[in-house]
Design a protein around this ligand. Structure first.
Ligand code: PLP
Length: 397
């Protein structure tokens, strides 16, 4: 059958494709080390699952809910932004959807007209650029230096700004680099966006996953002017080990939220009711389980970072502050082993060392590979050992 030009223009998610590749090899009985996953390996905390089960038993989940999410959940999300005093947000400034991916998709659909430009710092999470294109917008890339932890500056924003610029996407801490911006850096970017009337789309999905004393700053906590210029997206997936439950939200300008509800009312309806009750529990009853997971990730980062620095030809310019990925420049290792490109090297690692990572090209940086350390420490150690052996065995004489 004929397929649309729209779908032909879209690339498949490279992270999901790499994960699938690992699963296919496992199904063939091959002992694979998959370092592709963009999700926590912990179980959803029991108090959350219990609340979900309870909501099923009480028949709270049997019917459609409000398209933009149950009021109690939207109130809970709005109040989670209260910092000692009242929250700057109200429940009608929240839109709940089926995961952040789905929420971002609706957001681009309601914000963009054909040819509208969205500034996208490189490296970027794989879905941003494709979703912008699906909304007929144009991603405009800014590529900062690895040595600057890929952080963008106001000068770089200035250089790409045109009268078609509608929005800027900022994902801090970042997938794939793990870089987190400081409050001062965010303020500078925020002030630039206010001055130029550019909407900030702040993907804060990893905001709680910061380590080694790094402060995490939400755009919601900057000046009122910057906050009003910003739509924040976040959800339960990463922080609460709930990727399977599919709950994400946007918070910000009420008219934008209403437009997203209108869009969802025709596109997908409400997110699953049972997951919404689970999310209410996650945000309301939080105990120390999240803290324990964060500590475990910090421990794994410290180990994984030290270990990766010992892999010949892998270069990490600085230690990531958040998320759960390492994004080394591997060009030296590629040179040492005589492969033509990082993509070829990545494929050879899969075929010969049975270690799966995600090529940096899908995040806009050809020189890098992305490795997730959201796996048991022993798995990561084994993965690095295999890579070292692979490099040693294939080293050009
Ligand atoms: N945003 C970023 C930066 C991500 O890394 C991911 C998942 O990998 C998402 C959004 C999607 O999250 P969700 O599971 O809520 O759809």
């Amino acid at each position: 059958m004929k397929l649309s030009k729209r779908i032909k223009n879209v690339s498949e998610s490279a992270t999901l494709a790499a994960g699938q590749k690992a699963n296919d090899l496992k199904a063939r009985g091959i002992d694979v080390i998959s370092l592709t996953v963009g999700e926590s390996d912990f179980k959803t905390p029991e108090y959350i699952s219990d609340a979900a089960i309870q909501s099923i038993k009480e028949h709270k989940v049997d019917h459609y809910t409000a398209v933009n999410g149950i009021l109690e959940l939207r109130k809970t999300i709005a109040s989670s932004y209260a910092n000692q005093k009242e929250s700057p947000y109200k429940a009608n400034e929240v839109f709940v959807g089926s995961g952040v991916k789905n929420v971002l998709f609706s957001l681009f659909q309601v914000l963009l007209d054909p040819e509208d430009e969205v500034i996208l710092p490189v490296p970027y999470w794989v879905s941003f650029s494709e979703q912008i294109k699906m909304a007929e917008g144009k991603p405009v890339f800014i590529r900062s230096e690895k040595e600057d932890q890929f952080k963008i500056s106001v000068e770089e924003l200035e250089a790409v700004y045109t009268d078609k610029t509608v929005a800027l996407v900022l994902n801090s801490p970042s997938n794939p680099s793990g870089t987190a911006y400081s409050r001062e850096e965010l303020e500078e970017i925020g002030e630039w966006a206010v001055a130029n009337d550019v909407v900030i789309i702040a993907d804060e999905i990893y905001i709680r996953l910061v380590y080694n004393g790094q402060e995490s700053t939400s755009f919601a906590s900057l000046s009122d002017e910057i906050r009003k210029q910003t739509i924040i997206v976040n959800g339960v997936s990463k922080t609460y080990a709930m990727t399977g439950w599919r709950i994400g939200y946007a918070i910000g300008d009420r008219e934008v939220m209403n437009a997203m509800s209108k869009y969802a009312s025709q596109a997908n309806g409400n997110p699953a009711a049972v997951s919404q009750y689970a999310a209410i529990a996650a945000y309301q009853d939080e105990n120390d389980e999240v803290e324990k997971m964060i500590q475990a990730f910090e421990h794994r980062l410290n180990k994984a970072y030290d270990l990766m620095k010992t892999v010949p030809g892998f270069k990490l310019s600085s230690k990531p502050e958040g998320a759960f990925y390492l994004f080394p420049d591997v060009t030296k290792a590629v040179e040492m082993t005589g492969y033509d490109s990082v993509d070829d090297f990545c494929l050879a690692l899969i075929d010969e060392a049975h270690v799966v990572s995600v090529p940096g090209s899908s995040f806009g940086v050809e020189e890098c590979l992305r490795f997730s350390y959201a796996v048991d420490e022993t798995v990561f150690v084994e993965g690095m050992q295999r890579i070292k052996k692979f490099i040693k065995d294939n080293k050009l004489k």
